[in-house]
Design a protein around this ligand. Sequence first.
Ligand SMILES: Nc1ncnc2c1ncn2[C@@H]1O[C@H](COP(=O)(O)OP(=O)(O)OP(=O)(O)O)[C@@H](O)[C@H]1O
Length: 795
Amino acid sequence: MTNENNSEKRNSKKTKHKLFKPRKKKGVEEDSAIQYLQSQYDKIIPEDIKSFKDLPLSQKTLRGLKDNNYIAPTDIQRQAIGYALQGKDILGAAKTGSGKTLAFLIPILELLFCKKWTRLDGVGAIVISPTRELAYQIYETLRKIGHFHDFSAGLIIGGQNLKFEKKRMDQINILICSPGRLLQHMDENPLFDCSNLQMLVLDEADRCLDMGFETAMNAIIENLPPKRQTLLFSATQTKSVKDLARLSLSFPTYVAPHEQADTVTPESLQQSFIVCEIDEKLGILWSFIKNHLKQKVLVFMATCKQVKYTYELFCKLRPGVSLLALYGTLHQEKRERIYQEFCRKSNVVLFATDLASRGLDFPRVNWVIQYDCPENVETYIHRAGRTARGVFGKGEGLLMLLPTEERIVEDLNNSKIPINKISVDPSKLMSPQRKIEALLSDNTDLKQTAQRAFVSYLKSVFLMKNKDIFNVHCLDTDAYAKSLGLIIPPRIRFLQNIQKNKALHDNLKQTENAFMIEKLKTKTGNDTPASDTEDKIDLGKPKVVSNKKEVHTFSFYNEADSDEDDFLYVKKKDVDIEPVSIVDVKPSKKKKPITKAAVAKKILKKKIKVNTTIKFTDDGEAIDDEKKDVKSELAKQFENEDVGGIDIEKAKEVLQEEDKFDKMRFREKVKAKHKEQKRKLKSKKKEDGEKDDFGSETDSDGPDLSWLPDPDKVYEPKHDSDSKILSSQSEDDSLSSASEDEKYHRPTKRKLMENKGIVQESVIPRKLRKLEDISASLSVSEAELLAMQLLKAKK
Ligand SMILES: Nc1ncnc2c1ncn2[C@@H]1O[C@H](COP(=O)(O)OP(=O)(O)OP(=O)(O)O)[C@@H](O)[C@H]1O
């Protein structure tokens, strides 16, 4: 036993020893591995790299990559990773689905590994993504490939539990976030510290740096340490010097492996477009879905409300395939669920806004339909790039254009996007028009959604920057409304407002021209037409202002249907609309600001008594307010002393003295009030008393009840006997009951008369007299009969 114990002890010691020793060894090994890796960074030749193993990467990263079947790096990875490891700032541009995510995640892991980053070191790298879904996707990829490293990673996006995030912020090494939420933590969370930051990555950099995120990004950048490595990635990379200056990049390396390629979109992506009328669009989409039931389809629409309506409508029409909808106004949890469902399923249609257009790596998407024309070429590239992704990905893209929008094809071709025109096979068209109308007539909610979709689409067209392609006035709105199932087209208030403003503008311009001609006539004395240069116009006249600010004159946000997502919001900021007139009020001379001191001085000069109110009678005579008159000697003295300014101490004393008089006045007032109340009460009592006596003059007089019927006649003798029984039953209560009687029963006439002091005759003689009268009127036999009956009754 003891031997066993001894050997156990020895073993445990051995084990401890073993545990300790390799750690030390490991640490040393790690140091030397890091040194070796770092020494290889400058020797990287991108063209020679066939697999990830050829790159000087840590074993942990290589294992993570291998476990996820990432063996050979893609072009962008091959070229960008080397420069990133060398510590250079990078501008990475590569086609959609070409693996840009790993091109920045691998350098992050390697940098922190080489710096032996621990949890205690705080935030070492930040990746900013424009959408929550993309941030989530990056985070998931990081978790997969960074599995063998010891770093902590955090996903910081809106719609999540802020409190939960706040507590853990100090322990996160790699932060994947959306700009808004990051800024919120920077502003509100004392635990958030990024002073140690080594690397900043902007995925979809051009989007992060555009106007929608301008303020947030500027604030974020200001809060970051300037000494850091910065990597920017996008399929449509920004080359704007202004953007780069904002990020203070130091001689960034531009990595664009596909710059010389024939196309900017993936080669395995087949792209086509159709041209149709606005009222045909919904029918074509329905027919497309019905003809591609075994495919994974992603449909892009311009606004959230369109997505919502199309989704709800098609769900009701039951096409025979799963339908999903993803847009910004959905709750975050729902967004996540839909995103994952679309990733998982293979026969499914997802209706989405541009929220899903960038970076999202939905697997095996067969078709991308651009139901509404994209805002620009960049948006087209990102939307189309949701299919044909990765090394072996294939897919097709269909762009639906209105005749006025066909001009965008020229832009696409000029940007190296191969796209062919196709036409719809009429035999395959199915029109759900009748069904839609029937559905809407039954369902008011759906009808309202349709109305909102209608207005929101028109707004989105109106807000587009490129007026050559997007012209809301060219749209057949009635036909469009009808195609949505709306027999009566909804009112388009914002367009009506614009038209009103335009009319006003035209009127003003006419007036202005007339005025100018008139002026020139009087000046020169001849009829030469005036030059139309604006600076010669007298500013005293209404002026036409043409600028972007006027967009605010239309109340987009006040209307019920203004819940466009982030993207649409951004577009609004950049709108160049037709000039809208505004009456320019003649600029008044800049007034000197009036200070309080100046006002006080003026008042003192004029000897105006401040804070005085004078009351007047109806006849306009001033009423003296005795409250305003000072009473104390000290106050009178103080008033007479005409010294400049105010002696605070003296004023205090005066006020105390005056306070005594005020209190006296108050007491007198209270006394008077009480007196008045008493008087009123007395007179009221008097009135009440009179009423109780039924109108008699005095209390002692008693009521005049002569008008009452004779109680002896009204009350039968039975009542008397009843009352007697009652009194005999409760003798103790006899007194009280008698008084109760007095209280509740009307006194007999007799009693009342007695009360009045009038002596009343006894009832018995009256009864006897009555009997005598009766017996006198009877015959002898009748009298005998009556006597017998009375005797019987007595027995
Ligand atoms: N080296 C690789 N080997 C195999 N597959 C890869 C490799 N790198 C990335 N992929 C796969 O390619 C797909 C697209 O990658 P990723 O999402 O990083 O593309 P992207 O360039 O960021 O696209 P986008 O421009 O749309 O954001 C992903 O499914 C990813 O797993």
